[in-house]
Design a protein around this ligand. Structure first.
Ligand SMILES: Cc1cc2nc3c(=O)[nH]c(=O)nc-3n(C[C@H](O)[C@H](O)[C@H](O)COP(=O)(O)OP(=O)(O)OC[C@H]3O[C@@H](n4cnc5c(N)ncnc54)[C@H](O)[C@@H]3O)c2cc1C
Ligand code: SF4
Length: 357
């Protein structure tokens, strides 16, 4: 049985107290949401903080509030289970509801939080292994802890041995969808106070240093702007329809004019790089109707950004090909195609979503 290393558990009652503890302890402390990612990582010795600062007792960090402008403000300590059942999210932003409902299993969603999902560590087949397994391959660049390597930069990346960087994969389901919906997070720390970061500016394409916020900055809220008639959807590729991390995903939000032309579109690819990819090709759809031709042109160009490496489930080349099918399937769903016309792959995705939703 893998056991956690010893650590101090701190559960401050206010945000200010939590920020002060994080400022005092610096890199010795780590924020704890539901712990569904942190705890396995501790057991595998991927991180060994001296203290975990739990946000659980801070009531102001939970719940969903709808503003007069139709925007939703979501507390980052809301559990994924509560958010998956939230009727205002399901009716205003169905893509977000589907993305959240697809995360892990019911038991894990009952504990896991939205803040933890947004800050989820990147994943790689050579990294998400126990300490002894990683020791047997002399660890890698992302986990120099406990290795014989004296300089972290000397460690090898087993996925791309000549690469100077880590290619571990962003595997969060909510982040691509919140990006497509134009959401913004607010973060707070003692040193920098409060600041807003658009979701599109929260991540860096670097498997080791994937967040642009600093470790002492607590995500204190997530603001999702009013949908204003835009429709949204989330398609997730994974081995088991009921329970698995994404290995490629498409998050899309599209607003159609009454005449059928696209007024606004934002499509994001998840789980094919170290951060969600905000596709600039979304602009190609503006002013056009969602015809097979316009969708096909968009999907072909946008899928070129899906260049996953061989470090998660399925063959990388197949994931690349599937990206094109998922991009067009998601847009066809948003233009109103039913399950009967979406094809076998699409039907499996939608059935998976409805099983867990
Ligand atoms: C078997 C299994 C299957 C899983 N499947 C999926 C999946 O399909 N999709 C998916 O996306 N994830 C999946 N996960 C990962 C994880 O359960 C979820 O991402 C979950 O939402 C993490 O939330 P948490 O509250 O448990 O985070 P924690 O483990 O508590 O924290 C994760 C990270 O976020 C930081 N953090 C937490 N809250 C905040 C905050 N408010 N401000 C700043 N930093 C914060 C922590 O310091 C840590 O770095 C799975 C996990 C397991 C064990
Ligand atoms: S991509 Fe390379 S450096 Fe990063 S976790 Fe995987 S093997 Fe390690």
């Amino acid at each position: 049985m893998m056991r956690c290393p010893s650590f101090r558990y701190l559960a401050p009652a206010t945000l200010e107290e939590a920020a002060a503890i994080l400022a005092d302890l610096g890199p010795k402390a780590m924020i704890l949401g539901g712990g569904t990612d942190v705890v396995p990582n501790l057991k595998r010795r991927q991180m060994t903080p001296e203290a975990l600062v739990s946000l659980r007792k801070i009531a102001s960090l939970r719940g969903v509030t709808l503003g007069a402008d139709g925007a939703a403000t979501i507390g980052p300590c809301s559990t994924l289970a509560d958010l998956a059942l939230d009727k205002s999210i399901a009716s205003g932003w169905p893509g977000l509801s589907r993305a959240i409902s697809s995360i892990a299993s019911p038991l894990i969603r009952a504990t896991a939080t939205l803040g933890g999902n947004l800050c989820l560590d990147t994943r790689c087949n050579y990294y998400n292994q126990n300490h002894e397994w990683r020791q047997s391959i002399s660890f890698c660049m992302k986990a120099p802890h406990g290795t014989a390597v004296t300089e972290p930069g000397q460690a090898t990346c087993w996925v791309a041995p000549s690469s100077p960087r880590c290619w571990a994969v962003s595997s969060t389901d909510s982040a691509p969808m919140l990006m497509a919906l134009g959401a913004t997070v607010t973060v707070q720390s003692k040193a920098r106070g409060k600041r807003d970061i658009p979701m599109t500016a929260l991540y860096r394409d670097d498997g080791m240093d994937y967040l642009k916020k600093s470790p002492d900055e607590i995500v204190t809220s997530v603001r999702v702007p009013a949908a204003k008639g835009a429709k949204s959807t989330y398609w997730k590729l994974r081995r088991r329809g009921s329970f698995d991390f994404p290995v490629m995903s498409v998050a899309a939000s599209v607003k159609l004019a009454k005449s059928g032309e696209v007024e606004d579109a934002k499509v994001v690819l998840g789980a094919v790089a170290s951060c969600p990819l905000d596709l600039q090709e979304s602009a190609l759809l503006l002013g056009k109707k969602l015809t097979d031709d316009s969708i096909g042109e968009f999907a072909e160009k946008a899928s070129a950004h899906a260049r996953p490496l061989d470090n998660t489930d399925f063959q990388a080349a197949w994931r690349r090909k599937t990206a094109r099918a998922f991009l067009s399937g998601a847009l066809k769903e948003l233009r109103g195609d039913g399950k009967d016309t979406l094809g076998v792959l699409a039907q499996r995705v939608l059935q998976g979503a409805s099983c867990i939703g």
